[in-house]
Design a protein around this ligand. Structure first.
Ligand SMILES: *Cc1c(COP(=O)(O)O)cnc(C)c1O
Length: 408
């Protein structure tokens, strides 16, 4: 009899995001002609930079000629791409060695896969509200314990991230082993400064913990005191894995490419307290469970680092940042309590008159034909908040702000 991994049965069968679609569809039945604008999307909408397209066309042609055909990629990725990644790190004063970079098919894969090389009994810390993948990966890997009456998992330490903390996660008071941090943060759009992040690195060093640093939005950092990489913080190489992605940086959500950094200095421990470099375990996992990323896609990613490619990706990021800033300023001028939207495509704000997230969601949908993301879908501390994103078109963003102004 084949047994199921029952941990997978513990994650909610109906994803909270499905509830959004359900409500939107119900609205459409009643108002078939209404033009709905989505301000909740977490996906990019602008096309790929022309340099990326050029480079991929060329790579595809190479695959069609016997002299230039490519089979399997090196397991960690091609040097032509890794060298560019290292150079970009050097430009912000971070030196990494080549062996520590692992090119992958996007950040989400490694956010989940990292669990394979970590012991079962680790105590995991995540913020509340949170990018749902960190919590679901913890549940499916069997590390979450049991669901309590407050809809929290018994073995997970939830980091307070509320109005009182400025929607930046607060350091745990107890000892935790693995901490997921996202900076700039999704869903709240808030950032940790270098000084704030230093406290986390110090905490991790003191407790022999590790930080899984999700830098998916590093390209959006717009403020000088906010780090682009956790390795800008002294000591971070001993305790932090950095996960980055081209998805939000260069429109790669449908192409799939990113990379993770496992510094040689970073150790985990055996039950006897013996230190083991995590990269050793990760290399083994990588060699056995993947066969790398497509040559064509890696050439596309390389093009981002060319002179033209840099200009084009900067334009792309600025487009979304401008949308976010328009949303942020409009909400502020309407008197909302607003977070994020400065170094992030996300704007997080408090609902008016203490409405619940879902109540306000319905109001926006029925009165403005706008779809936002209710804060509650990211965790219980998101109740009473809403997330808008700058990922739509400029035109739609402006139309929806106009509509919002009318009802407030
Ligand atoms: C979009 C996003 C990612 C990127 O995921 P990919 O798999 O690279 O597309 C990672 N983390 C967060 C928090 C995100 O919002």
């Amino acid at each position: 009899m084949a047994l199921a991994n029952e941990n997978y049965l513990k994650t909610p069968e109906i994803y909270c995001f499905d509830e959004i679609e359900k409500r939107v569809n119900a609205f459409k039945v009643l108002h078939p002609d209404a033009k709905i604008i989505r301000l909740g999307v977490g996906d990019v909408t602008r096309p790929l930079p022309p340099e990326v397209i050029l480079s991929m066309h060329k790579a595809l042609d190479e695959m069609g000629q016997v002299e230039t055909f490519k089979g399997y990629s090196p397991p960690q990725g091609y040097d032509f791409l890794i060298d560019k990644i290292l150079k970009e790190y050097r430009s912000i004063g971070v030196s990494l060695d080549k062996e520590s970079v692992f090119v992958n098919d996007g950040a989400k894969s490694d956010i989940g896969n990292i669990g394979h090389v970590l012991g079962r009994d680790n105590i995991i810390a995540i913020s509340d509200p949170v990018y749902p993948v960190y919590e679901n990966a913890t549940i499916m890997s069997g590390r979450a314990g049991e669901l309590t009456d407050e809809q929290k998992w018994s073995n997970v330490v939830y980091l307070r991230c509320t109005e009182e903390t400025g929607f930046v996660p607060e350091l745990p008071t107890e000892k935790v082993d693995v901490i997921y941090l996202c900076n700039p943060n999704n869903p709240t759009g808030t950032v940790m400064t270098k000084t704030e992040l230093k406290h986390w690195v110090d905490y991790a060093i003191e407790h022999q913990s590790i930080i899984i640093y999700d830098g998916a939005y590093q390209a959006y950092v717009n403020e000088p005191n906010v780090p682009r990489s956790i390795y800008e913080i002294k000591g971070a190489k001993k305790v932090a894995i950095e996960i980055r992605s081209y998805s939000k940086t260069a429109g790669f959500t449908g192409l799939r490419c990113g990379y993770s950094v496992f510094p040689q200095e970073l150790q985990v421990y055996t039950k006897l307290g013996e230190g083991v470099p995590l990269i050793k375990l990760w290399s083994r996992r990588n060699a056995n469970y993947t066969n790398g990323v497509s040559y064509i896609v890696q050439r596309g990613a390389e093009a981002i680092y060319s002179r033209k490619g840099k200009v084009e990706t900067k334009e792309l990021v600025n487009y979304y940042l401008t949308n976010a800033s328009l949303i942020r300023n409009e909400l502020l001028s309407l008197g909302f309590e607003v977070y994020g939207g400065i170094s992030s495509p996300y704007v997080w704000f408090k609902t008016p008159e203490h409405l619940s997230s879902w109540k306000f969601f319905d109001q926006l949908l029925y009165e403005c034909h706008i779809v936002g993301t209710p804060g509650i879908v990211f965790g219980s501390s998101g109740e009473g908040y809403m997330r808008f994103t700058g990922f739509g078109s400029r035109e739609n963003t402006l139309i929806s702000l106009e509509k919002l102004r009318k009802i407030i």
